[in-house]
Design a protein around this ligand. Structure first.
Ligand code: URA
Length: 257
């Protein structure tokens, strides 16, 4: 029972992913120092260097120096300034076309995305695929990214500080793709992209085109905020409004050549 309680506590704290292949009993005493004639025991190596403190300015400088999506992906892989990287399995960079007319922005990778290294591959992603299919799109014709590219532990909402740290990478990816417009999914993506405009809440702002200024692009981009597919899975009644947003998006896409 005591073990079960300890496991529950870990899950509540967000430690719900196995990081090593073999279990380790952290409560047992540390192994005795090896005797001189024994082979030294090599401690398990970390997959990445631990986060070193960095601010949004460091991320912005790094992102601005990237002239291609490959460079940006490599820079983000090497960026150790965000502590989310320490608990995630890997970077979840993007999926879809590098020259897409539409960039879709979600919140953050979940467990399945963290394992696959691809955004929106779990249940919310399957619903997103259906939503795109309903207006004649699929993920190869759009670009799908997240507000933060590493899974927050326990799938918690990214903090404002984490969002601010990752924002230059999000903006740089959008600038390098130079799409005609954006679809933001859920309150977190709306807040990251629209800031104060989204403070009234996603229910007020959804379905209303906004203008988003992206560093490196000559003009603001139109952005349609809508509900997150994970919210739609929990709240099927909201699908009606989401469908209205998809219809708006289709009508707008038809005006883009
Ligand atoms: N939810 C998101 O916002 N992004 C993903 O990649 C998966 C689920």
């Amino acid at each position: 029972m005591e073990l079960l309680d300890a496991l529950r506590l870990q899950c509540e704290w967000g430690a719900d992913e196995a990081l090593l292949d073999t279990p380790q009993d952290r409560r047992s005493p540390p192994p005795l120092a090896p005797l001189a004639f024994q082979k030294p025991v090599t401690p398990p190596t970390r997959r990445t260097a631990p986060a070193t403190l960095a601010g949004p300015e460091d991320a912005a400088r790094l992102a601005a120096a990237c002239m291609s999506l490959d460079e940006l992906e490599a820079a983000m892989r090497g960026f150790s300034g965000c502590a989310l990287r320490d608990t995630a399995t890997q970077l979840v960079f993007a999926d879809g076309a590098a020259d897409a007319r539409l960039v879709i922005i979600g919140e953050a990778p979940g467990g399945e995305e963290d394992r696959a290294g691809k955004p929106f591959v779990g249940p919310a992603g399957q619903l997103l695929d259906k939503m795109l299919g309903s207006i004649g799109l699929d993920r190869t014709k759009a670009r799908i990214i997240n507000t933060v590219p590493w899974r927050p532990p326990g799938n918690r909402t990214p903090t404002d500080a984490e969002m601010a740290l990752c924002l230059p990478f999000l903006h740089r990816q959008i600038a390098l793709i130079a799409p005609a417009g954006l679809l933001s999914l859920g309150a977190v993506a709306a807040k990251a992209l629209l800031g104060a405009e989204a403070n009234t809440g996603i229910r007020r702002v959804r379905g209303q085109w906004q203008q988003v200024r992206i560093e490196g692009l000559p003009a603001p981009l139109p952005c349609l905020p809508s509900y997150h597919p994970a919210y739609l899975l929990r709240t099927p009644l909201a699908k009606r409004e989401s469908w209205q947003d998809m219809l708006q998006l289709r009508a707008w896409l038809e005006t883009q050549t």
